[in-house]
Design a protein around this ligand. Structure first.
Ligand code: DX5
Ligand code: ZN
Length: 227
């Protein structure tokens, strides 16, 4: 049985000069996590936020932070991000960036945070299957990482189903990229329970209503799956 539905609001599509207002708004609307996309211009063709921003967000956020590292050599930066974040927050690294994922998971956990591993749309689940007992979450990318506002790649759906079928009961499966009121249904049907959304929340006319709608749809589908 999959764990409960959580909505992770990705601030990649928020107004960067009004971040505090944006975060308070989505928390009030029921966001369960604040998703922070960290990009280095090497692993992905874009550069975004570092530990300094995470530290500022940690001071104001009331829900856990979901730190998505899209960077090469993640092991070099775990301490900096863990120091900026706090207990109960979560760090995700990409399996494509390392040959020693177990060591990175231990680094994250020893720093007191939850650990998660992510795979790109073209990366097979086999690469993370022996890690499922060690991680709190697996993040399945449903777009090629780098930018908000891309189209959902539906060929990743069987990977979500495969991971849900072999994951420990309490393990979260997160889906990230191109989530809308339509694609959220497919992702939850296959077993995703943590749903990232940037554009469909922050670019909506009413971000609060958008979060509530996404959550309602996901919970309805989840209840059907569990029935
Ligand atoms: C993409 C990021 C995503 C992004 C999602 O590389 O990892 O978290 O913010 O944006 P939307 O929801 O607009 O696809
Ligand atoms: Zn992300």
């Amino acid at each position: 049985m999959q764990p409960k539905i959580k909505i992770a609001a990705s601030i990649l599509a928020a107004n960067p000069v009004r971040l505090e207002d944006e975060i308070r708004k989505v928390e009030t609307a029921g966001a369960d996590l604040i998703h922070i996309d960290v990009m280095d211009g090497h692993f992905v063709p874009n550069i975004t936020m570092g530990p300094f921003i995470v530290e500022g967000i940690r001071r104001i956020a009331q829900v856990p932070l979901d730190i998505h590292l899209m960077i090469e050599h993640p092991e070099r930066y775990v301490d900096a991000f863990a120091g900026a974040a706090g207990d109960g927050d979560l760090i995700t690294f990409h399996i494509e960036t390392t040959k020693k994922p177990k060591e990175i998971i231990s680094l994250i956990k020893n720093a007191g945070l939850k650990a998660s591993v992510s795979l790109n749309p073209d990366t097979p689940t086999e690469l993370v299957e022996d890690l499922l007992e060690m991680v709190d979450m697996v993040l399945v990318m449903s777009v090629n990482p780098g930018f908000a506002g891309q189209k959902f790649i539906s060929k990743v759906l069987p990977k979500i189903a495969r991971l849900r079928s072999i994951a420990p009961d309490e393990m979260d499966i997160e889906v990230d990229g191109g989530i809308t009121t339509e694609t959220i249904t497919q992702a939850v049907q296959q077993g995703a329970n943590v749903i990232v959304a940037a554009s469909s929340i922050f670019k909506a006319d009413d971000p609060c209503a958008a979060i509530k709608t996404l959550k309602q749809i996901a919970e309805r589908v989840d209840n059907k799956v569990k029935a």
